[in-house]
Design a protein around this ligand. Sequence first.
Ligand code: URA
Length: 432
Amino acid sequence: MRMVDLITKKRDGHELTKEEIDFIINGYTKGDIPDYQMATMLMAIYFNSMSKEEISALTNAMINSGETIDLSQIEGVKVDKHSTGGVGDKITLIVAPLVASLGIPVAKMSGRGLGHTGGTIDKLESIQGFNVELTKEQFINQVNTHKIALVGQSGNLVPADKKLYALRDITGTVNSIPLIASSIMSKKIAMGADAIVLDVKTGNGAFMKTLEDSKALAQEMVDIGKSLNRKTIAVITDMNQPLGYEVGNANEIKEVIQILKGEYIEDLVEISLAIAENMVLLSKMYEGENIKEKLKLQIENGQALNKFREFIKIQGGNENIVDNVNLLPQAKYHFEIKSLNSGYINKLEAEKIGHVAMLLGAGRKKKEDNIDHSAGVTLKKKVGDYVKENEVLAILHCNFEIHENIKNELLSAYSFTNKPVNKNPYVYEIIS
Ligand code: URA
């Protein structure tokens, strides 16, 4: 088989066979196929998409590119959760302790942020001492004893995705349904999940900007799950503005604690409850009960917060941050950005806010960049709010004097109108 013939085949709109897809993924992972040929193949897939059979073969080839984890030593149904990525997306850190507090095992692997989106691992590392690297044995024992463990992506799990994702990121081929679906599902399945809840984001801050594309991606991932005998539910949620009011690493941990202490920040609470409810449903542990009410009670009675505290402690972090958030990294400067307009906010572009947070140091331009855990953005106003000229829209936290361009980018994320604005739904649809 020659890669050039397979590129031509895909370029001309023909379907690749399972053997051909295995050849491509094996060859690329081993380094036999160079980046320039793989990049061309990715672009051919981007334009011509893939059939269900091709996506399923691609997902399997990616799973088989490295190690897989056997979680059969953990009792109960292991339910994983994955987000397609957004800005201010701290939902994992809310739902993991919430669901675990009901005795449901949450064995989760998370990623780091790249570009305008944040990553759960970076957020956790803003807690002094928190260890995101556990051995397989430690991971399994911890889930059996404490019902919760969260680690960074291991080097040997789906190595094909690591290489492919980096290549996609620099070749304009991230936003492709077959490529996103196989990337996410291969990692979830290699990680040993029995059941998967997907938070598929839709809107200007998401990879999928339209509801139609988000639904197609969700359906594709649910179908992959089914074909591999993993119960999968996709919840399509809004990403037209950042989630909650905090963007950045330490800031977002602070907001997670607020939610677990019972503060009602509408979008975060509603989306977290929808995701957690589906995780509990798939666990089959509370059949016939009112799961949403049960989850709300776990927040009201402090059990979810206690589980979060326990989780930080067992992974080596300073759990005192739960009672004193000032123990989290603090930035030196806090710049208030004031509105130049009066009116109702009808748009708050999540991608721009994510980009501003990255420029402040909260995210990375390149994979190898270091991040500043104390940097970030606190939004004071969101879509639907009325703002007067000179009122504070947001506060920028960082450790250097900001340039006008950062301030201007933040201002350009907001649009105004003089009529009251209807807010988008938080949850659009559930696909199972
Ligand atoms: N998240 C992933 O893990 N992979 C993608 O391709 C996009 C988002």
